[in-house]
Design a protein around this ligand. Structure first.
Ligand SMILES: [Zn+2]
Length: 365
C-alpha cells in the first residue's frame, strides 16, 4: 500500500466513524442534516429527499423508506394499500438481548408500520400494478410471517385480477425471531409466484435494492421474470466474511455488488433510481403488447376463491332476499311438515345462486 492510499484510507475511516450530528434517527427522518455512508459528505436532508435519497457527492443510492418508494413509483392519488391490519405476533416467545415483542413495538413506533412491508395496488404511468415494498427500517427488513403472508396475498390477488407484480426488496433475510415460521414463507411466496408466472403467465419484476440478502435472495428476489437492481447494491446470500472463512481465500473487492452479479449473469438490468419508473413503464408496456404472449389459465381451486368484494355482494344479496325466503320456508313448513323436500330444493337453489345457506331445516316428525 502506498502512503497516499494509506492516507486516503485513514481519511475515509475517520469520516465514517465520526458521529452523525443533528441526526437522531438513522434513516434521516428527523433532524436537518445527515452524512453519506459511502463518501462521508454532509447532506441537507431536504435536498437528499428531492434527489430520491441519492447522494449528491458520490451518487450512492442510500436506503429509501417504503413510503418514499411508493411515492416515487406510483402515480399520485392511485395507491390503494392491501391487508394493512395484518400484524405480527410472537409465537416462540423469543428473546435474545431483548424480547421479540419489544423489538416489534420499537419498530412499529419508529416506522409507523405494523411490519417490514407495504403492499397494495396502484397505477404506474397509468398501468395497473400490484406493488410490494419492503422497509429496511423495520428490523432490517427481515421477512417474518407477516411479510410472507402479505406478499402471498398480494401475488394471489394479482393472479386473480391479471395484474403484473413488482416487489422492491430491501432485507437482511428471514427473521430469526420467528424460527421456522419465517423460513416457510420462502416456499409459500415461491409457490404463489409459480402459479402467477407459470400458469397464469403474468409478469413478475423483482427490484433489488441495497441490501438484499439471506432468505429473501434465496426465494422471491431471484425469481423475477426480469431482475432489476440499483447501482452498487449489496446483494448476496451469506455474508462476505462467512464465505471467506469457508473458502479460505480472498474475495474480489466488488464481490456481492450488483455490477459483479450482472457481469456473472445473475441480474438482467441495473437501473439508477431516477430512471426506475420510466424503465418499469417501458417493460410493462412491452410485456402487455408482446405479440406472441399466450393467455394463461389458473389451476383448479384458485379461481373459486372469493374476493372480499364478491363476498360483500353476496352478503347483501342474501340479506335482501332473506326475509322473503324465511317467510316462505316457515309458512310452508307450518302448513305441511312434508314440505321440507321443497325447502331443501329452495336452499339448494339459493346455494347455486351463490348465497350461503346458514342453516338447514330438519323435519321434526
Ligand atoms: Zn456519498
Amino acid at each position: 500500500m502506498s502512503i497516499l492510499a494509506w492516507i486516503e484510507d485513514q481519511r475515509k475511516l475517520k469520516i465514517l466513524t465520526a458521529p452523525k450530528y443533528n441526526h437522531p434517527g438513522s434513516d434521516g427522518s428527523q433532524g436537518l442534516w445527515t452524512r453519506c455512508d459511502y463518501c462521508g459528505v454532509i447532506l441537507y436532508i431536504k435536498h437528499l429527499k428531492e434527489n430520491k435519497q441519492v447522494c449528491l457527492g458520490c451518487g450512492a443510492h442510500l436506503i429509501m423508506n417504503s413510503t418514499e418508494r411508493i411515492r416515487q413509483l406510483i402515480d399520485r392519488g392511485t395507491w390503494c394499500p392491501l391487508n394493512e391490519a395484518v400484524s405480527p405476533c410472537d409465537p416462540l416467545e423469543f428473546y435474545d438481548l431483548k424480547q421479540y415483542r419489544t423489538r416489534l413495538e420499537e419498530g412499529q413506533k419508529r416506522t409507523g408500520l405494523l411490519d417490514a412491508i407495504q403492499t397494495g395496488t396502484g397505477m404506474l404511468h397509468g398501468i395497473p400494478v400490484a406493488l410490494g415494498v419492503m422497509d429496511f427500517r423495520f428490523m432490517g427488513g427481515s421477512m417474518g410471517s407477516v411479510v410472507g403472508e402479505k406478499l402471498t396475498r398480494l401475488i394471489e390477488m394479482a393472479t386473480q385480477e391479471g395484474m403484473a407484480v413488482i416487489i422492491v426488496c430491501a432485507s437482511g433475510g428471514a427473521r430469526m425471531q420467528e424460527g421456522i415460521l419465517s423460513l416457510m414463507q420462502m416456499a409459500k411466496i415461491s409457490a404463489a409466484l409459480h402459479i402467477h408466472q407459470a400458469h397464469a403467465k403474468l409478469l413478475y419484476l423483482a427490484i433489488l435494492t441495497s441490501p438484499t440478502t439471506g432468505g429473501v435472495t434465496a426465494s422471491f428476489a431471484m425469481l423475477g421474470d426480469l431482475i432489476i437492481a440499483e447501482p452498487k447494491a449489496l446483494i448476496g446470500f451469506a455474508g462476505r466474511r462467512v464465505i471467506e472463512q469457508t473458502l479460505l481465500e480472498d474475495l474480489p473487492e466488488n464481490f456481492q455488488t450488483s455490477e459483479y452479479l450482472l457481469y456473472h449473469g445473475l441480474l438482467d438490468l441495473i437501473v439508477p433510481r431516477s430512471l426506475l419508473k420510466e424503465a418499469l413503464r417501458e417493460i410493462l408496456t412491452l410485456y402487455r403488447d408482446a405479440p406472441l404472449r399466450r393467455p394463461g389459465a389458473l389451476p383448479y381451486g384458485l379461481q373459486g376463491k372469493l374476493t372480499p368484494l364478491q363476498e360483500e355482494r353476496m352478503r347483501r344479496t342474501w340479506d335482501s332476499t332473506w326475509p322473503d325466503l324465511q317467510e316462505k320456508f316457515l309458512s310452508e313448513f307450518s302448513r305441511d311438515p312434508n314440505a321440507y323436500k321443497d325447502l331443501n330444493r329452495d336452499a339448494t337453489l339459493a346455494a347455486a345462486k351463490g348465497m350461503t345457506v346458514r342453516w338447514a331445516i330438519k323435519p321434526t316428525q
